[in-house]
Ligand binder design. Structure first.
Ligand SMILES: Cc1cc2nc3c(=O)[nH]c(=O)nc-3n(C[C@H](O)[C@H](O)[C@H](O)COP(=O)(O)OP(=O)(O)OC[C@H]3O[C@@H](n4cnc5c(N)ncnc54)[C@H](O)[C@@H]3O)c2cc1C
Length: 469
């Protein structure tokens, strides 16, 4: 009889339990929170109140782990938004032209996504979830983890043994300390903190808004000497919209009524504020802070056998890059693939940890080399000058704004389907060398690419005294 424990029943934990369920007799998920019966917020998932988009790469990994999941999401009202066709983007270097391309994001509430994933995964008879149960430590030695310590309510601490333990407790994981208690050398951790913060709210879309209403992204602009300020506006299930306003150190978005609208009016373009003014707010404005990039190098440790860390417990990428959920799915998929080849044999954890590190390296480099240019950044990473990289990024973005091929390549990278170092072809290199050839789109030209926006914006703003709860 073989068994595994997964600590943390968020997205990484539930997907890791699914991967393990095909190779062990019993999987126990330890979750400190209580799951809601319906798609709804929960204490252990505070970020669920902000805009969450799942990349095409992440969606594909999710379907490999739990076939049919994305179809269920679409049936429940999730939107498939092709970046080129269905999202109006104001990048750091101008408005992107609309292009016919299939690289997509799935837009729906995080509550719906997690609910459907749990429904798909937790009917598996091999998996048991102990809810309202908190892991308090690992059991074993520096060479092998053999179980965990946990607490349930007011009961004294207990232990549970297993052949394999996965840490999926997210960004606040206590594993570095727990491994140190077993005598494992110190875990190297890097962080880069631009002081990023979100303020988000749900809206009832106006009746005139078409079902295929586009999303809008106003990206934060680094390297201007001023704090980054951006906005994400996305359609959700049940005729709702979500707006997350985004700011960095010295310019974080407020959560008060007036300040929230004022902030939206002053990001790169006021279109999101205009849309907010035509919709009915639902509930309060919610803030999220402490959103630093953070990477823990588990793969460099002499890792004890029988142990693995996944998801945000390993790497937190600033939410601006919409990649955390996809990384959770990639990590669980790496576990499944290594289990297929090697079963639970010694060294499994280390192999998966190396696979995860390889997957995370590109997005980590790209996130940290962009976020370093916001004012007030704090980091323990030894950064080079980075000026050549910065110039290349600006040229790339400026050229992509008008060059369909380069724009499609950008979308392939952003939706985590092709890594940045694999996307370049000779013609694209040529386009990059030539740089931009046309005048950038004016705001009016950019908006005119999405007739649904113009149609709605010509209607009168809603009565903002109406707030649904
Ligand atoms: C504001 C914001 C916006 C974001 N937007 C996006 C986006 O657009 N796209 C995207 O892909 N990602 C986004 N992310 C990232 C995404 O939310 C995370 O990457 C993802 O939730 C990570 O999943 P996880 O399961 O690894 O960790 P978590 O989601 O943090 O789950 C950890 C689980 O472990 C449980 N737990 C913790 N400690 C214990 C313990 N001791 N014992 C038992 N259980 C425990 C918690 O209750 C929780 O259920 C965003 C994040 C934030 C903060």
């Amino acid at each position: 009889m073989t068994s595994a424990i997964v600590i943390g029943g968020g997205l990484s934990g539930v997907l890791a339990a699914t991967a393990l369920s095909h190779h062990v007799d019993e999987v126990t998920v330890i979750e400190s929170d209580k799951y809601p019966e319906q798609p709804a917020p929960r204490r252990g998932m505070p970020q669920g109140r902000q805009n969450h988009m799942l990349t095409a790469g992440g969606a594909h990994a999710l379907d490999q782990l739990l076939p049919g999941t994305t179809d269920l999401l679409f049936a429940a009202g999730a939107h498939k938004l092709a970046m080129g066709r269905n999202i109006l983007t104001l990048s750091s270097e101008g408005w992107f032209r609309r292009v016919d391309d299939d690289a997509f994001f799935i837009a729906c509430s995080r509550n719906l996504l997690d609910h459907i994933v749990r429904q798909q995964a937790l009917t598996n008879p091999v998996i048991t979830v102990l809810q309202e149960t908190k892991a308090t430590g690992l059991v074993g030695t520096a060479s092998r983890v053999t179980g965990i310590r946990y607490e349930q309510g007011t009961e004294p601490e207990r232990t549970l043994t297993a052949d394999f333990v996965v840490d999926a407790t997210g960004s606040r994981s206590k594993t570095p300390g727990w491994l140190a208690e077993l005598g494992v050398p110190e875990l190297h951790e890097e962080f880069l903190d631009a002081g990023l913060a979100y303020a988000g709210r749900l809206y009832e879309a106006p009746a005139e808004a078409a079902a295929d209403f586009p999303g809008v992204l106003i990206q934060t602009v680094p390297n201007t000497g001023k704090p980054g300020a951006g906005a994400a506006f996305m359609p959700q299930e049940d005729g709702r919209w979500i707006v997350s306003l985004i700011g960095t150190a010295g310019g974080q978005p407020p959560t008060g009524e007036d300040g929230f609208m004022e902030f939206a009016r002053n990001v790169g373009h006021p279109i999101v504020a205009e849309l907010m003014a035509r919709a009915t707010p639902i509930g309060e404005i919610k803030g999220s802070r402490g959103l630093a990039n953070r990477r823990r190098y588990f793969e460099r440790l002499p890792l004890p056998d029988g142990f693995l860390a996944l998801g945000d417990a390993v790497t937190v990428l600033s939410p601006n890059y919409a990649s955390g959920m996809s990384m959770a799915a990639f990590g669980a998929l790496a576990l499944r693939n290594q289990l297929k080849s090697h079963g639970l044999e010694p060294g499994l954890g280390k192999k998966v940890q190396l696979d995860i590190a390889a997957k995370v390296a590109g997005p980590w480099k790209s996130a940290t080399s962009t976020d370093r240019w916001f004012p007030g950044v704090r980091t323990n990473i030894k950064l080079g000058k980075g000026t050549v990289e910065q110039k290349l990024a600006v040229r790339w973005s400026r050229t992509a704004a008008e060059h369909p091929g380069l724009l499609k390549a950008t979308y392939q990278v952003a939706t985590l389907q092709t890594p940045q170092n694999k996307v370049m072809t000779l013609p694209l290199m040529g386009a990059l060398l030539r740089g931009p050839q046309q005048a950038p789109l004016t705001p009016a030209e950019a908006l005119a690419q999405f007739p649904q926006l113009g149609k709605l914006l010509s209607s009168a703003p809603a009565d903002l005294s109406k707030v649904e709860h």
